[in-house]
Ligand binder design. Sequence first.
Ligand code: NAD
Length: 418
Amino acid sequence: MNKTIAIVGLGYVGLPLAHAFAKKGNRVIGYDISEERITNLNSGEDWTNELTREQLEGVSIEFSANPAILGNADVIIVALPTPIDENNKPDIAILKAGTETVGKNMKDGAIVVFESTVYPGTTEEICGGILKEASGGKSFKLGYSPERINPGDKEHTVTKILKIVAGEDDETTDTLCNLYKSIIEAGVHKASSIKVAEMAKAIENAQRDLNIAFVNEIAQMCNKLGIASKDVFDAAKTKWNFLPFQPGLVGGHCIGVDPYYLVEKAKQLGMDTHVITAGRSVNDQMGAYVASLVTDELGDPNGKRVLVLGITFKENVPDRRNSKSGDVIKALEAKGCDVEVHDPFFDDSEIEKLGFKPGKLMNGPYDAVMLLVTHSDYFNGYPQNLLGSLKEGGIFFDLKSLMDRKAVEREGYRYLAL
Ligand SMILES: NC(=O)c1ccc[n+]([C@@H]2O[C@H](COP(=O)([O-])OP(=O)(O)OC[C@H]3O[C@@H](n4cnc5c(N)ncnc54)[C@H](O)[C@@H]3O)[C@@H](O)[C@H]2O)c1
């Protein structure tokens, strides 16, 4: 008999998963606390842009903001946000509240699987306890299966990424492996325990963070040496085992956040995390560093017109969570620059609501244009559209080193990159 599957939290992770299960003909319930999200999904709109209208309308999912609907599910998959607070401490309040809702509404014998990124021990020691108490003694089984999607990536979608799966006992693990295998074309990896699966997810992103921190530090050193970091990396990556990471701003809900979950767990274990913490501190100050490259080059930055392009955490997504563009803007403003901001995913009134002054390439000439997020929109009419908005001798800042430095300089502009 097919199982009824409920997804709790219909964001970047939960919605594509609900769709994948529904596409295979399962009965799928989608529960979200946000009435607005449910209304939008019921009318075929996904503001995360992960699913198209055709995809949403092509499957049957029972969307609801009423948690009582969870009582119909055999398997409940929790995909709730796990952010950090202003002191970079893990904030699992949403996860705890959602778990309590699940506990109050689940049926006896349900399997509850967590997909949220957490520190090891959260599923069994924290969520398990909440479920036990909230359910008033109902029986249930626990599972953990981390999500590894990459928002905006239309190639590595949920069914194409191998899934790590763990249950609290062999029977639950096998049931969950079979369930996920039915939708994940890339297959599943059976982890030896829930804690192993939790730890594996956390270290994947921490490793990426550290690799980026390393190239960020090297980029700063290259800058002091007066050489282009891109040229250095292009040369170094000709060795077979050099890892080709790119310097940049680390934002978003994963890479810049998950290492702090490891740091917290290490603290609980009475251990210091020198390497993980060092990576975080390098990457967290990159916004201010990027701004300083431009303000140093502007001479007297006071009153200089700077256009910042891109305020999402990465290209071609509308997701602003932990975007570091805000750090760059703040640092430019602190030096007296007149900063204007553009992003194709936000109109002028939204930009204003975020506390920024809207601008656009057509409003030039600017003293500096900073391409922080390479949304494909910026490549219509490229590179004339970008360079044409600069004053003579103006600065083009190319975070990802996409442009040909010599070509920019030949046009009489100054070129800066990380
Ligand atoms: N975004 C990613 O690319 C990504 C990738 C891998 C793992 N993850 C992890 O997956 C988890 C979910 O992330 P996301 O990006 O999908 O989050 P999200 O913010 O996109 O979505 C979360 C959804 O949960 C809903 N919600 C909040 N509280 C609720 C509650 N009590 N009950 C029901 N719904 C509630 C929100 O309304 C929202 O729609 C996080 O732990 C994250 O670290 C995210």
